[in-house]
Design a protein around this ligand. Structure first.
Ligand SMILES: Nc1nc2c(ncn2[C@@H]2O[C@H](COP(=O)(O)OP(=O)(O)OP(=O)(O)O)[C@@H](O)[C@H]2O)c(=O)[nH]1
Ligand SMILES: [Mg+2]
Length: 346
């Protein structure tokens, strides 16, 4: 099961109570106050974890509580801090506060932490209430309650490029061919039911590009047809969209209409997706009908650059891989070089 949206109810630990106690020893029957403070309650923390790839853990365990801080003890012993509740989330997780709808955190790196709810402070022991006028206070502080909240967690995968296409266009075949991911491929629609993230390894360039294969889109996806727009959020972080067209028209559709429909569905989900750079790959070029269709397509979309490929014969695949790297490199934020490095000193 792949879960990319879920709600959690969290509660940080309460602070421990302060202690009222007095020093009592042999020959010291009226010693001063020595009650320790209560410990702080455990926080509820989101932590990025590279090994997680979906939010399934939180679907089955939606309640997370930080531990209560221990109460203070006599002999000036402070209570132990409560252990935090750590929610290990996949990279790309966004947390929304359900009450306000605000984004409270975005976890993008391994081990990145964000405190969702703070544990309550521990109460003071009676030692802290000692003053010049009250040498033996019995007063202690109660621990503060821990914060609570309901948060929606949403996973928006981190990938450089996202595949967009109708079912059966060959998205998963391409993913199998050029990345380390092995999604299932089959001649029926909706073989891929959830996003699959793969890495394209460019060993000769010492580089790698992350690609997301997402379930196919069909006309009317905005109205919930097929798998609808459910998985389009995984395209939001992509630098480049790779549109895969079944140029052979195997499912008796016209690739020209497919292209138009795909762009329309992207726009209906979020017009910002159309601002992302796109690359169009015409797949199944090994079939005769594809050659004819490609001519027609090129005529209608004269300005669109198309890379003809075949996942079966691997024609055009090296060119596509190169083009992907070239475009992704362009989109990466440039590293600022120090003036010394520029001058070649270091
Ligand atoms: N002839 C030919 N068939 C191909 C080519 N690429 C993929 N196919 C076939 O097309 C069918 C669908 O391929 P998939 O890779 O599963 O398509 P998909 O786009 O991932 O489909 P969904 O997961 O359902 O959205 C499979 O039977 C593949 O063998 C190609 O270049 N040429
Ligand atoms: Mg697929």
């Amino acid at each position: 099961m792949f879960i990319d949206e879920t709600t959690v109810k969290v509660r940080a630990g309460d602070g421990g109570r302060g202690c009222a106690s007095f020093r009592r020893e042999k020959y010291e029957p009226w010693g001063g106050p020595n009650g320790g403070d209560g410990g702080k309650g455990g926080d509820v923390v989101l932590r990025g974890d590279d090994d997680q790839n979906n939010l399934i853990d939180f679907k089955f365990k939606p309640h997370w509580n930080g531990e209560r801080g221990e109460h203070g003890l006599g002999k000036d012993c402070n209570g132990r801090e409560g252990r935090p509740a750590i929610l290990r989330v996949p990279l790309g997780t966004v947390a929304y506060n359900v009450a306000t709808g605000e984004v409270v955190a975005e976890i993008l790196e391994d081990h990145q932490e964000f405190v969702l709810c703070k544990g309550g402070k521990g109460g003071f022991g009676n030692t802290k209430f000692k003053s010049s006028v009250n040498r033996s206070p019995r007063k202690t502080g109660p621990g503060e309650p821990g914060e609570t909240g309901i948060y929606r967690l949403e996973l928006k995968s981190i990938a450089d490029i996202g595949l967009v296409g109708f079912p059966n266009a060959g998205k998963s075949s391409l993913t199998n061919l050029i990345t380390n991911a092995r999604p299932k491929t089959a001649p029926y629609p909706f073989t891929t039911l959830h996003p699959q993230i793969g890495i394209i390894d460019y060993a000769e360039d010492y580089d790698r590009v992350i690609m997301a294969d997402i379930p196919g889109l069909i006309a009317g996806a905005s109205d919930g047809k097929g798998l609808g727009h459910r998985f389009l959020k995984h395209l939001e972080r992509c630098k480049l969209l790779l549109i895969i067209l079944d140029m052979a028209g195997t499912d008796t559709r016209d690739p020209r209409d497919d292209y138009k429909q795909l762009l329309k569905e992207l726009e209906l989900y979020d017009p910002a997706l159309l601002d992302k750079p796109r690359l169009v790959a015409a797949n199944k070029m090994d079939e005769d009908s594809a050659v004819v269709n490609l001519k027609k397509f090129a005529k209608r979309y004269a300005k669109v650059e198309i890379i003809p490929i075949s996942c079966l014969t691997e024609v055009g695949i090296p060119k596509l891989k190169k083009e992907i790297l070239k475009r992704v490199k362009k989109m990466r934020p440039k590293e600022k070089k120090s003036p010394k490095a520029k001058a070649g000193v270091v």
